[in-house]
Design a binder for this molecule. Structure first.
Ligand SMILES: Nc1ncnc2c1ncn2[C@@H]1O[C@H](COP(=O)(O)OP(=O)(O)OP(=O)(O)O)[C@@H](O)[C@H]1O
Length: 580
């Protein structure tokens, strides 16, 4: 139950509804049990009438039977009304808690670090916020409701039974300790099996997500059959875990019914003995049977409720694992001020924690505000890592980064990110209209502004060719764009922010050199006055730069202007010679 403790604040928040719900549960149970003693009384009157027909007072008999009959009929109607309100309060509270929980998980996801999210599987993240939350909601709603219901019913029935005949009560409850032992053991097994089945489900979701993202590769490599067989294998695994869980859960109902049946046998035997010896009347035996049979459903449901609780416990553990992950990059400054764009890297090193790869090793350089630098280097040399450090998506392990002479981590994080125009290497666009994608970073964008920046990014004429032009939907529900078109929309999205610092991470790799040149000419005015970092493999971009940094295995191999670098042997000269 420990993981479910983290739900206490949510229970507290919705305490009013829950307390009202509990009151309805109590009323519903009192109304369920109240008419039972009248059944016993009615049975006694009928038995009395049959054995002594001479004493029959017809009017009195009818009067009593009408009163008892009315109570027996009316009480279930009122019980039904109480049960309706019990659901209306407790189930509604569970839905509200589910809403809060989902929002809190999503909010927490947003605070998690780039590296953590990058290393998590999307399917798994999705499962924790969907499937796992549904499991927890099942506990919050039916789980809590039926647990309280069973407990209250048990207390009331136990009280009624003890008041009627303590000895018969003792016999009726003989199977109870065995039942508790069985429930306890089964619930441990259910918890373990649930965790395994949920892990398998997460794996399956991640696999499906992966295979749809890589559908082009799968089809071009004609791997459909292979991927289907892998899916079958994984879903078989999930199926086996689920069946094993269902088998354990299936034991509950028959065992519960068996135990109640055993109680009935005891009642019949002991009750019969006591009746023969004149210690009780036949109505008392009838009452006991009715009491026990009322317990059948709640006790059968106990098995179901136990698995709901165990499932929720396993799910909550998975949710808590994520909720415990601390926000690594925090904002300590909330001031508003202007940024010039002077950047210094002072002996900066960074190692990716998950792989242990040292991506940057004591890197130092200085970019004056308004300068344009091109970062070159072989694949994996650490270029993107510099961009991520600048945006504070990751923090250096050692060394310092300064912006306008002040430590980057002491700046207002939201402010500095708003001053960056970042075009990432992987051109991610949202499943939305082209207009909304371009205007993503600004508020109240007009058609004119969006078009201006689309023109600068050399994508305007392409957009006009689509039927719905700027209102064209991209992605799953709309058109599929070419790599170059996506890149240019990403560029327009960064330009429209009118940032102070541009970071283009291999942003022109998917467009031809002519378009690349046009884009760079279009934004040359901005580039001249703003700090611009262009990560590129192409020599054509270097003509716009003040300085070139050549990285090799995370270290600076060469640094200088185009003319300085072509005058000495090295990677830069090699690239120049290759491009001739
Ligand atoms: N999220 C990550 N987790 C672990 N290792 C990473 C991660 N991202 C990059 N790396 C590793 O860090 C090193 C530097 O990567 P980086 O992306 O900075 O190189 P790059 O020069 O930009 O490469 P490319 O030109 O191919 O984009 C590489 O060896 C890479 O494998």
């Amino acid at each position: 139950m420990s993981s479910l403790k983290s739900l206490n604040p949510y229970f507290y928040k919705h305490k009013k509804l829950l307390i009202i719900g509990i009151i309805f549960i109590i009323l519903a149970n009192i109304l369920t049990i109240y008419p039972i003693k009248f059944v016993g009384k009615a049975v006694n009157i009928i038995a009395e009438t049959i054995s002594n027909p001479k004493n029959l007072d017809k009017n009195e008999l009818y009067r009593q039977l009408i009163v008892y009959g009315s109570i027996i009929i009316l009480a279930p109607i009122l019980t039904g009304i109480m049960r309706f309100y019990m659901r209306q309060t407790i189930i509604v509270a569970s839905r509200r808690i589910e809403f809060d929980l989902k929002n809190n998980i999503y909010k927490h996801y947003q605070t998690l670090s780039y590296t953590f999210l990058k290393n998590s599987k999307v399917g798994d993240l999705m499962n924790r916020i969907s499937e796992d939350v549904v499991n927890v909601r099942q506990y919050l709603g039916p789980g809590v409701m039926y647990s309280i219901n069973t407990l209250i019913l048990l207390i009331i029935i136990l009280g009624c039974m003890l008041a009627t005949d303590p000895i018969m009560t003792l016999y009726a409850f003989i199977p109870l300790p065995f039942l508790s032992y069985f429930v306890y053991n089964q619930s441990i097994v259910i918890n373990k099996k649930t965790k395994k089945s949920q892990e398998k489900q997460s794996e399956l979701s991640s696999f499906v997500q992966d295979s749809f993202s890589g559908i082009r590769v799968i089809k071009s490599f004609t791997k459909e059959k292979f991927i289907i067989s892998q899916y079958v294998e994984k879903s078989k695994d999930y199926k086996e875990k689920s069946i094993s869980l269902a088998t354990t859960e299936a034991f509950f109902s028959p065992i519960m019914v068996f135990m109640i049946g055993l109680s009935n046998v005891f009642i019949l035997y002991i009750g019969g003995q006591r009746y023969i010896h004149g210690k009780i009347d036949v109505g008392t035996i009838t009452d006991f049977f009715l009491y026990l049979n009322i317990l059948i459903w709640p006790f059968t449901a106990l098995g179901w409720v136990t698995s709901i609780i165990r499932r929720a416990e396993a799910s909550m553990e998975r949710i808590n694992d994520f909720m415990k992950v601390k926000q690594e990059i925090k904002n300590i400054n909330h001031d508003n001020y202007s940024i010039k764009g002077d950047i210094t890297f002072d002996n900066v090193s960074y190692t990716y924690p998950n792989t242990g790869i040292k991506a940057l090793d004591s890197v130092s350089f200085h970019i004056y505000a308004g300068e344009t630098i091109v970062i070159m280097g072989k694949s994996g040399s650490g270029k993107t890592t510099i961009a991520l450090l600048l945006l504070r998506l990751i923090e250096p392990d050692s060394g310092n980064i300064y912006l306008d002479g002040k430590l980057l981590k002491e700046h207002n994080l939201e402010l500095i990110r708003s001053k960056f125009g970042y075009v990432p290497q992987e051109n991610f666009l949202f499943s939305d209209t082209i207009f909304n994608n371009i205007s993503y970073g600004i508020q109240n964008a007009t058609q004119q502004i969006v078009e201006t920046y689309a023109k600068k990014a050399e994508i305007h004429s392409n957009i006009l060719k689509f039927k719905n032009q700027y209102q064209t939907h991209i992605g799953e529900r709309g058109v599929t764009l070419s790599g170059g078109q996506k890149q240019r929309i990403s560029i327009a999205r960064a330009l429209i922010k009118d940032p102070i610092i541009y970071v283009f991470d291999d942003s022109l790799s998917a467009v031809d050199t002519e378009t690349e040149s046009k884009i760079l000419i279009n934004i040359s005015k901005e580039i001249k006055v703003k700090t611009t970092i262009i990560i590129s493999h192409r020599i054509s971009t270097t003509k716009y730069s003040d300085k070139i940094i050549v990285l090799e295995k995370g270290e600076i191999n060469q640094i200088g202007s185009h003319y300085e670098l072509i005058s000495k042997p090295g990677y830069y000269l090699e690239i120049i010679n290759q491009s001739k």
